[in-house]
Design a protein around this ligand. Structure first.
Ligand code: FES
Ligand code: FES
Length: 167
């Protein structure tokens, strides 16, 4: 058994700063859930394939299971516990979830995606790459949200909710 030196990490989450001593191999996802008790962020695959663990880091969406907590020391992390946005009400109104397990990741991912769209970032289905006024069609939303899986198949409701808020 190898002794691992713990490192001092500052997890800045939802506006509050927490100093924790962590094994440098601990993922941001486990840091949030197991060390800060913020269990809204879900662990699905734990290997970057499902999006359930999506959080925002300085406003950009990331898969927290693929990030080391130490890498994000001092960065501003937003988890679902820190989100208060019309998108959440739109998810309810549009039946954008069933079991709800993927929902925190869907909401955080959608907020990051909307910011990317506002900044003019194209997706793989964008025909005009000039960066001007990309229409957020269903195809655009589905492509941009394709990293977030929903095993309940609530995709139509998710797309409707995002489209409504984007409008
Ligand atoms: S738990 Fe991180 S992508 Fe699935
Ligand atoms: S609502 Fe159940 S996995 Fe998406």
């Amino acid at each position: 058994m190898v002794d691992v030196e713990l490192v001092d990490v500052e997890l800045r989450v939802n506006g509050a700063a927490h100093r924790v001593e962590l094994d440098p191999r601990v993922s941001l996802l486990d840091g949030l859930r197991e060390h800060l008790g913020l269990t809204g962020t879900k662990k699905g695959c734990n290997q970057g394939a499902c999006g359930a663990c999506t959080v925002l880091a300085d406003g950009e969406r990331i898969a927290s299971c693929l990030a080391l907590a130490v890498q994000y020391s001092g960065r501003e992390i937003t988890t679902i516990e820190g989100v208060d946005h019309p998108l959440q009400r739109a998810f309810v109104a549009a039946d954008g979830f069933q079991c709800g397990y993927c929902t925190p990741g869907q909401v955080c991912s959608a907020l990051g995606m909307l910011a990317e769209h506002r900044a003019g970032a194209p997706s793989a289905v964008t025909a005009d790459l000039s960066g001007q006024d990309i229409e957020l069609t269903d195809a655009e939303i589905k492509e941009r949200m394709s990293g977030n899986l929903c095993r309940c198949g609530a995709y139509d409701g998710i797309t409707t909710a995002i489209k409504e808020v984007a409008a």
